[in-house]
Design a protein around this ligand. Structure first.
Ligand code: ADP
Ligand code: MG
Ligand code: MG
Ligand code: MG
Length: 423
């Protein structure tokens, strides 16, 4: 059902909306100048409408959620509560890692609108940049920082349990989670009506996947973890299309799927997307740019992201861990020898489990992008179907292997070696 008083706005409507609100208009220009403002709809995502307003004082980004999925229309209704989640999460993330999140200026529950900092060119969506052959030297370090800061500070390692429980309730996002549960964890294993794959080239591979008991079992365990584990506030849609970057800066956008879930889902999802591009490189190779350097860079980014995340997370734990109820000072008094040893062991065990989760989630996320409803442009933009299928098949077999054998992939180096061998 539509929010009471809700109205979908077009470019003119957005302009009037902003001009009528001085605290928003100031980012664009004085309301008298609104006749000269430029307004464009720039949304290229599947779900919402996104506008940029430009005027004499600068620019502003406005996002509006309709009561359905943009790419599907009214036949696929979707809760507008996702805007409340997005606004609350942008604010929460900014409290922990402001340098990697667009500043939130405004949230309107009735109109399902948020307004935020506009990230101007040369900022671009990372997925697009990667397809064009770009590399981002600081991407892995920045994302590791974003993940460590947001995941650590919203977990029980950093919070007392009363605040933690209040957060779990505040960020309840059941309907959006249901979408992920279906599309990611269930649809890859049967011929769901929405599914598609490169056909007929991958028909046999997909039939094998549908009959794959080990992969299905791994996916069902991960689905339970996704649905049940309240570990931290996760972004939950952290793919390369949710990141805007330049060579020097990185911003994570679009947290409408966020909820309290397993940390490994965020880490695994971003690694999955870097690896999907890794496997797509071959399909984008030309004589002028064989993509060799980019492919190597993508693997090094995977390794760097995990290593840097782990370092930063453990550093935060040692600095702030005593404040949380998971490892209060009386259990892990690092001034004492026993406390210090306990802390070290706690970190090792925690990271070992998180790595196993990460590997499993990255496997299922890759699979899902190859054989279900929403594919990645990294693969889809390879025009030659045979070339595309060859890339997708390598990615599919790699993903299936790590999903079903997550416990056997003991380090990020081993993961990268497997990816290299699969290519
Ligand atoms: P959806 O939820 O529909 O996926 P997104 O939040 O991902 O919407 O935004 C869609 C597109 O709008 C992005 O891919 C990006 O190109 C553009 N965009 C979103 N937020 C900003 C911003 N703060 N600054 C500049 N462009 C943005
Ligand atoms: Mg998006
Ligand atoms: Mg900021
Ligand atoms: Mg979105």
């Amino acid at each position: 059902a539509t929010h009471p008083g809700f109205q979908a706005l077009d470019c003119e409507g957005i302009k009037a909306y902003v001009a009528a609100r001085p605290q928003l208009a100031k980012h664009v220009g004085s309301p008298d100048s609104s006749g000269s403002w430029q307004v464009r709809e720039i949304g290229d995502g599947n779900i919402n409408f996104v506008y940029v307003l430009e005027g004499p004082a600068g620019a502003l980004c406005v996002k509006q959620a309709l009561p359905y999925v943009r790419a599907a229309g009214e036949s696929w209704p979707l809760t507008q509560d996702r805007v409340r989640i997005e606004a609350a999460v942008l604010a929460e993330e900014a409290a922990h890692c402001p340098q990697h999140v667009p500043a939130l200026y405004h949230f309107d529950a009735r109109m399902c609108i948020i307004a935020m900092q506009y990230l101007p060119p040369p900022h671009g969506i990372v997925r697009k940049g990667l397809i064009e052959g770009r590399m981002y030297p600081l991407l892995a370090t920045h994302l590791a920082r974003f993940l460590a800061d947001t995941l650590f500070h919203t977990s029980l390692l950093a919070m007392p349990s009363d605040k933690f429980s209040a957060n779990v309730a505040r960020f309840s996002n059941v309907e959006m989670c249901r979408v992920s549960e279906q599309l990611i964890f269930t649809d890859p294993f049967f011929p769901a009506p929405r599914n598609r794959h490169t056909s007929p080239q991958l028909d046999a591979d997909v039939a094998t996947l549908h009959a794959d008991v080990a992969a299905r079992l791994a996916a069902s365990r991960l689905k339970v973890k996704f649905t049940q584990q309240r570990q931290a506030l996760i972004h939950a849609d952290l793919h390369t299309g949710s990141i805007m970057a330049t060579e020097h800066t990185t911003f994570v956008i679009d947290p409408e799927f966020a909820f309290y879930g397993p940390m490994g889902f965020d880490v695994g999802k971003i690694l999955a997307n870097l690896l999907l591009m890794y496997f797509a490189c071959d399909g984008h190779a030309t004589e002028a740019d064989p993509r060799t350097q980019q492919r190597e860079w993508l693997l090094s980014a995977v390794a760097e992201l995990w290593a840097s995340f782990q370092r930063r997370f453990c550093k935060l734990w040692r600095q702030h861990g005593a404040k949380g109820d998971a490892c209060s000072a009386s259990l892990f008094d690092t001034a004492s020898k026993e406390g210090s040893a306990a802390q070290q062991l706690a970190e090792q065990l925690f990271m070992a489990e998180l790595w196993r989760d990460t590997v499993g989630f990255l496997g299922i996320v890759m699979l899902r992008r190859l054989v279900t409803f929403a594919h990645v442009a990294d693969m889809d933009s390879i025009a030659d179907a045979d070339a595309r299928a060859a890339c997708e098949r390598r990615a599919l077999h790699f993903a299936r292997h790590v999903l079903a054998n997550a416990a056997g992939v003991s380090s990020v180096q081993q993961l990268c070696d497997l990816a290299q061998a699969a290519w």
